[in-house]
Design a protein around this ligand. Structure first.
Ligand SMILES: NC(=O)c1ccc[n+]([C@@H]2O[C@H](COP(=O)([O-])OP(=O)(O)OC[C@H]3O[C@@H](n4cnc5c(N)ncnc54)[C@H](OP(=O)(O)O)[C@@H]3O)[C@@H](O)[C@H]2O)c1
Length: 200
């Protein structure tokens, strides 16, 4: 199994794929970890693990793949972030910053890559029922199945726009949250944080 945090192994894998199969038309960077974490249970090792897998892992793969795509003036890169990257949310202290970084990374590269003939897409799912979310004990509004997520991602990749975000109701809720001024936003997130039982 390839560990995306191993820079050399990822670079070797990327060149092996090109030599075995030819140029990459579409690369989807999907590996990620979720460590739910509030301030009272902050765990530095897990926070660093989130950063290493979710951000450094993508950068490790992005570098060799993007170079070859730019060189041939074609290709499509999709990075899986999350609507959790829109704003800092309770329990998201380790995860949300990594997804915000990926959204910013994709936005930063988009225009430049487009001029070079390479497409960039950011995938921002809401809750999807996978092993990742099976640990969650809190309500997960509008959660979708894996196959619904796959359908939404495949349809979005075919459309070829910058952002794939689903399901629609979660997208609307999270995009609205993004517009709230801090006073109202922290009033709302404070209600969610207050539900957490005190640390033992
Ligand atoms: N589920 C959701 O509600 C949700 C919502 C928004 C965004 N996302 C994002 O969607 C992506 C997929 O998540 P998922 O829900 O399918 O979670 P998952 O079932 O836990 O799958 C995570 C995947 O990442 C791989 N991975 C983790 N660390 C890795 C590493 N160091 N090197 C290589 N692969 C590694 C895992 O491989 P192994 O199984 O071999 O460990 C697994 O295939 C993640 O980026 C996640 O943040 C998920």
């Amino acid at each position: 199994m390839l560990d995306v945090t191993d820079e050399k192994a990822v670079a070797a894998c990327a060149s092996q794929i090109v030599s075995d199969l030819g140029a990459v038309d579409l690369a989807v960077f999907n590996a990620g970890v979720w460590h739910p974490m509030s301030a009272s249970k902050y765990d530095m090792a897990k926070a660093k693990d989130s950063l290493t897998v979710n951000v450094t892992g993508v950068i490790n793969a992005l570098d060799p793949v993007m170079r070859t795509m730019i060189a041939r003036g074609a290709g499509h890169i999709a990075i899986v972030a999350s609507v959790a990257g829109y704003r800092g949310l309770p329990k998201g202290a380790a995860y949300a910053p990594t997804k915000a970084a990926l959204i910013s990374l994709a936005e930063s590269l988009y225009a430049d890559l487009r001029l070079k003939g390479v497409k960039m897409t950011i995938v921002n799912p809401g809750f999807v029922a996978t092993p990742m979310t099976s640990v969650n004990t809190f309500p997960m509004p509008f959660i979708v199945t894996e196959s619904q997520a796959v359908d939404a991602i495949m349809a979005g990749l075919k459309r070829g726009g910058f952002e794939i975000v689903f399901p629609m109701r979660m997208a609307l809720m999270m995009k609205t949250l993004r517009l709230l001024p801090y006073r109202i936003f922290f009033w709302a997130t404070g209600k969610i944080s207050a539900r957490e039982p005190p640390a033992p």
